[in-house]
Ligand binder design. Structure first.
Ligand code: UD2
Ligand code: MN
Length: 605
């Protein structure tokens, strides 16, 4: 008889158990990978996402998100055919649910070569289906809100592009179609800003005819830049609201209704989604933090900063309610169409790229509206480390002209501050005619920039009349406090505080602001920070993200010239180690010269 004996039965059982165990292991392993992916939107990603920095001739970190030169010319062996071909060839499961796409070693070389075309992993993008699934990253509560579709203004989705890849462009479009309530979608408007790719011409015309949502394409014969392209789209729009998206986004479930609802409540509200990250290499969808708002630094670069304590508390009371933001990132937002034109659309003196996000933010706030982030709306954006396209007229000239316009029209004294420390912008200023925009500001009876700083962004780190602004010099060493130039930014500790030879050129690295509350801070919202309790022998002082806590409060004693720490009464001092490696410390106030500091004011207007 062939019935299994007890021994065999036992072995089968063991095999089954082993098999199950291995399965469980694989599942756990996969999950943990997933979690790792999800938790990588470390602060670093979030803070630097929009705008990568480079170091200019002055050794100062400048500008953002751009690159000089034409990418296409930098591709080895690239011929026009490669660039002009649409290589979209989806694999059913690639990038499913926002998972990363991993390129096998045999394809790595090709993927690296064509990376240059769009400055993202085009090979990976071309493998991900246009209608890939994405996780629902919203907070649970969001799912029960925003159901009153009838009262929301129907949206015209406006997507402008220059030489975008087929797969990213139409993944944007399909994510809109698949994840928006039908009754809220008026139309999709694509605006082609003089693209040069063959596949973006006839094949695109044909393709959009078959889409289930009315979609049209507007084309500009000459390169007009994103401001003019968006204006072109806006003028054609039929919807009661305009929703702008970059051409490489992916919308998640619930994104549209939560963007439109605040407009229904107050037509002067401009609403941004939380911008999640699509990794430029793997196309993984990475949820980003909701506890940040957008603002800008002394160079007028857009930045994400942690919310101040007061905002945090307010937010915690109602985690799904849209919250104020001093500025928007620029690419993704919803606005009532009527209101958009009422407050002056965009500044059409702006060219190609940059600056328009601050301009519209200042204008909306100063002229009576508000800019908010809707935490229930999550849209992924593909952040690149550099721009893939040309900047006709020169990259510096373009960006600085745009920013000069922002400063001239909206920033009053703080515009002077910007020009004082930015030679390029100062040069660009001479060529700008902003009369029309000044007239608009008068017509709309807009508030001053002082009002904006005081009311919309009281945590700002710009100089004011009631703040000290200038250098902080150590009497003994005759050196100045400096902002460490590290790779880390914002809420990462930037490094140990230190002093260095004072350069007489009034560089911003040695400029500090001291507030009436005793916060010593500098550009990019970093503050002089010392431990509250002093347990170790060395009490190192750091330059860290401003937190508003007592560990970042100091008192300057004019008579003794000491900078006294608020919590423990210790004095800011220079470490006695010869190399200065330990930088600044706090120690018992003894009246030694290393504890004496001179606050040298510097005119900022
Ligand atoms: C950010 C914004 C972007 C814009 C920019 C500042 C996000 C996520 N993105 O940079 O929307 O506000 O800051 O200006 O907030 N484009 C054209 N013509 C051009 C140049 C660009 O149509 O001459 C298109 C481009 O194809 C893209 C969009 O404009 O769809 C934005 O350009 P980007 O993606 O290079 O800007 P980004 O995300 O670095
Ligand atoms: Mn973009």
């Amino acid at each position: 008889m062939l019935t299994p004996g007890p021994y065999r039965r036992c072995r089968r059982l063991w095999q089954a158990i082993l098999f199950l165990f291995i399965c469980a292991l694989i599942i756990v392993w996969k999950r943990s990978n997933r979690l790792e992916e999800k938790s990588t939107p470390s602060n670093k990603h979030v803070f630097r996402h929009n705008q990568e920095e480079y170091v200019d001739h002055r050794g100062v970190k400048v500008i953002v998100g751009h690159y000089i030169g034409n990418a296409v010319e930098n591709i080895p062996n690239a011929d026009k055919n490669v660039i002009n071909r649409n290589n979209y060839s989806p694999m059913p499961d690639a990038g499913k649910n926002g998972f990363p796409v991993i390129i096998e070693p045999k394809d790595l070389l090709v993927s690296q070569q064509i990376f240059q075309i769009n400055r993202f992993n085009l090979l990976a993008s071309d493998r991900i289906p246009l209608n890939r699934t994405l996780p629902d990253v919203r907070r649970k509560k969001c799912k029960f809100l925003y159901k009153d579709y009838n009262s929301y203004p129907k949206a015209s989705i406006i997507i402008v592009f220059h030489n975008e890849a087929w797969s990213t462009l139409f993944r944007t479009v399909w994510s809109v179609i698949n994840r928006s309530p039908e009754e809220l979608l008026e139309e999709i408007i694509l605006v082609d800003d003089a693209s040069e790719r063959d596949f973006l011409r006839d094949p695109l015309d044909e393709y959009i005819k078959k889409l289930p949502v009315p979609t049209k394409i507007l084309r500009s014969k000459t390169r007009i830049g994103l401001v003019h392209a968006r204006m072109m789209g806006s003028r054609e729009a039929k919807g009661a609201s305009l929703v702008f998206l970059d051409a490489h986004c992916e919308c998640t479930i619930g994104w549209l209704e939560s963007l439109l609802a605040p407009i229904a409540e107050d037509r002067t509200t401009v609403v941004c989604p939380v911008i999640d990250i699509i990794n430029d290499n793997t196309f993984a969808y990475i949820k980003s933090f909701e506890l940040h708002w957008g603002a800008f630094n002394w160079n007028l670069q857009f930045r994400w900063y942690t919310l101040g304590n007061r905002e945090l508390q307010k937010r915690k009371q109602n985690i799904t309610r849209p919250f104020h933001t001093p500025a928007m990132a620029g690419g993704l937002f919803a606005i009532s169409k009527e209101y958009f034109f009422e407050i002056g659309g965009y500044d059409e003196g702006m060219k190609i790229w940059g600056g328009e996000n601050l301009e519209i933010s200042f204008r909306v706030w100063q002229c009576g509206g508000k800019v908010v982030i809707a935490p229930c709306s999550h849209v992924g954006h593909l952040f690149r480390k550099s721009s893939p396209y040309t900047f006709p007229g020169g990259i510096g000239e373009t960006l600085y002209s745009n920013l000069a316009r922002v400063a001239m029209v909206w920033m009053d004294e703080w515009g002077d501050f910007y020009f004082k420390f930015n030679n390029e912008a100062r040069k660009a200023k001479e060529l700008q005619d902003v009369q029309q925009r000044i007239k608009l500001r008068d017509k709309l009876k807009c508030q001053s920039f002082r009002w904006y700083l005081e009311n919309i962004w009281p945590q700002h780190f710009f100089p004011t009349e009631s703040r000290f602004f200038g250098r902080i010099r150590n009497l003994e060493k005759d050196q100045c406090l400096i902002k460490p130039i590290g790779k880390e930014s914002s809420n990462q500790p930037m490094g140990l505080a230190n002093i260095n030879i004072c350069v007489n050129k009034s560089l911003t690295v040695e400029m500090f602001v001291m507030t009436e509350d005793g916060i010593i801070m500098t550009d990019d919202s970093v503050c002089l920070d010392a431990p509250e309790t002093t347990v170790n022998s060395l009490h190192k002082v750091r330059i860290m993200a401003c937190s508003g806590t007592r560990r970042q409060r100091w008192k300057y004693n004019k008579k003794t010239q000491e900078l006294v720490h608020a919590t423990n009464g210790f004095c800011l001092d220079v470490s006695s180690s010869k190399t200065f490696e330990d930088g600044l410390i706090i120690s018992n106030c003894t009246g030694v010269r290393t504890q004496k500091w001179i606050l040298e004011p510097h005119p900022w207007k």
